[in-house]
Design a binder for this molecule. Sequence first.
Ligand SMILES: NC(=O)c1ccc[n+]([C@@H]2O[C@H](COP(=O)([O-])OP(=O)(O)OC[C@H]3O[C@@H](n4cnc5c(N)ncnc54)[C@H](OP(=O)(O)O)[C@@H]3O)[C@@H](O)[C@H]2O)c1
Length: 216
Amino acid sequence: MAGLLSGALRWCKSLAIAAALYVAFALLVNMSRPFAVPSAGSKFGILVTGCASGLGYDLVRAIVDDVPENKNIVVFAGVRKAEDLKLFDSFKNKDRIVPLVLDVANPSHVEEAVRKVGASGVPLYGLINNAGIGMASKRISKHPGSEYSKAVSDVLDVNILGLAHLTGASMDLLKSAAKSLGSARVVNIGSVMGLVFTPTCGGKWLPAVVIYYYCN
Ligand SMILES: NC(=O)c1ccc[n+]([C@@H]2O[C@H](COP(=O)([O-])OP(=O)(O)OC[C@H]3O[C@@H](n4cnc5c(N)ncnc54)[C@H](OP(=O)(O)O)[C@@H]3O)[C@@H](O)[C@H]2O)c1
């Protein structure tokens, strides 16, 4: 019995070392990817989703108001609800923000937003897929049946399918900007849950894991 136990422990230790090596390798590969920014003087656009609050809202402010060197950047700020279009009216450099109604889970919003970005004539250098919903408090033991599956389905619709749809729909604009500016980027905001699972992360782990592998 003791032999079995120590064998299992040795096996777990090797697995943990292999997992740690894999994570370190993945981080190293990601960090070594070249990062080019458009040269000074060229005007370019960044489309950010989920800008009504949290990271998205702060990101819009950080890009247009906080960094003077960003004066060539136009931010296409996606918000889910039309009433949030006015949220950026108080920003110092609001003339460099183009607010768009963009529910990423609504295919017609996605198509229309991409059409408007294209029609603006500003090359789309970046897409930041930030919109997301969490379900940390929804644990299957506490929310059985349809309530849980509805919550999972909403998270998948927004965090994965919305992200994938918008990325696909923006690809032509990004490719064409990459030709004129030298590069273009897609940034997907996932979660550390894509790498580390905790019992309290509810159904959030699934999109986080998918986003992690989607990026790679
Ligand atoms: N904060 C954290 O600790 C944390 C941890 C891990 C990952 N993240 C990820 O980071 C991103 C930003 O999170 P946050 O903390 O800033 O959360 P937040 O304050 O809740 O912001 C999320 C934003 O996404 C928007 N959104 C939700 N569903 C949408 C949809 N269908 N279409 C377009 N926009 C939609 C929300 O708009 P409405 O208000 O109109 O719904 C909101 O503005 C999310 O993807 C989240 O999963 C955050």
